[in-house]
Design a protein around this ligand. Structure first.
Ligand code: PEP
Ligand code: MG
Length: 324
């Protein structure tokens, strides 16, 4: 399938009359990295670090993780890699951690909540990232931030590790970017201060959609009920775009929906300028973006909203068919 899009691998995803949309890939294992070349992705927009923890029978050591992160950056050859700190709990349970008996794990003690309450593992991971970067630029993103103090606390922990590493004589990253995932509706309504403080924000659409519609992402029966192109959800995404524009905070979308061409097109029409997806999706998404006029797509969306449709999908699909 990648072959089909080989001719556009090295060209940018510039829409008709502009703008250009940045396309990154999602990764989680060393084995994913060769796809950076073959897919034409600009970088790794989401590196899910929990996979390294999940494939082992015991907690990996700081040295092992630092070596891994270093190899990831080597393989990226200077392209930007966004390392997401450990996102465990809910659907991702570590075999060597005491299972939590929670009635609603998706709403439970997970991700940054664990990292802030029991900071040992998170600190070890942050040290490993700083050492792995070994003087190169480093980009770290915290998952599942529900209120902005959580982001500030996690960032404080990271900056404390930076100081500690410096005291210990390790080289610090040449540049450090610290971002947050927006995966809970609450964060979209955080004070302006949050948007000013975050170096970047990435929408985790899988979780954000699950919480927006109160529909379990693991439950087929309810998951399919709510279209990503539902007018309410797109209007919410537009709100997030506006919040980020106000403070000039770089924004991306890294949930699975970014890899679906029609969804990607609508996100771009709502104002997203960076999308991160499975490597195999880069070609098809780029192909559609390059032949679309975002202003026209936006008109179709606005018309569908104005006429009281539940989802803009039928209108956008009609328009695409007319385009041939
Ligand atoms: C998301 O929630 O959209 C996301 C990218 O994170 P994950 O799928 O790993 O929860
Ligand atoms: Mg998520």
């Amino acid at each position: 399938a990648q072959e089909r899009y080989a001719s556009i691998r090295r060209v940018p995803a510039t829409t008709v009359y502009g703008p250009t949309i940045r396309l990154d890939m999602n990764a989680g294992l060393m084995a994913d990295l060769p796809s950076l070349r073959s897919s034409g992705a600009e970088g790794v927009g989401l590196f899910r670090t929990e996979l390294q923890f999940l494939v082992r029978s015991k907690l990996p050591s700081r040295g092992e993780l630092a070596a891994l992160y270093s190899r990831v950056l080597d393989a990226a050859e200077g392209k930007r890699v966004v390392f997401r700190t450990l996102d465990i709990g809910s659907d991702k349970v570590l075999p060597y951690m005491k299972p939590q008996d929670e009635p609603n794990p998706a709403l439970g003690w997970r991700a940054i909540r664990v990292g802030l309450d029991k900071p040992g593992v998170m600190r070890m991971q942050l040290q490993a990232m700083i050492r792995g970067a070994a003087g190169r630029p480093l980009t770290i993103m915290f998952p599942f931030v529900a209120q902005f103090e959580e982001f500030l606390a996690a960032r404080r922990a990271l900056l404390a590790e930076m100081e500690r590493e410096e005291r210990l004589g390790h080289v610090l990253p040449q540049k450090l970017e610290i971002g947050a995932m927006l995966e809970t509706p609450s964060l979209a309504f955080a004070p302006k201060h949050f948007f000013e403080e975050a170096d970047f924000i990435s929408v985790g659409g899988n979780d954000l959609k699950q919480f927006f519609f109160a529909a379990d992402r693991e439950n087929e029966r309810v998951r399919r009920r709510y279209d990503t192109l539902n007018v309410s959800f797109l209007t919410f995404l537009e709100w997030i775009v506006m919040r980020c524009r106000e403070t000039k905070t770089p924004l991306s979308f890294c949930g699975e929906d970014a890899g679906r061409p029609v969804e990607a097109l609508c996100f771009a029409a709502m104002g997203f300028r960076a999308l991160s997806m499975r490597p195999a999706s880069i070609g098809p998404v780029k192909h559609l973006l390059r032949r679309s006029n975002l202003a026209e797509v936006r008109e179709i969306i606005d018309e569908a909203r104005a006429t009281g449709m539940q989802s803009v999908r039928p209108a956008v699909m009609d328009w695409l068919r007319q385009q041939g």
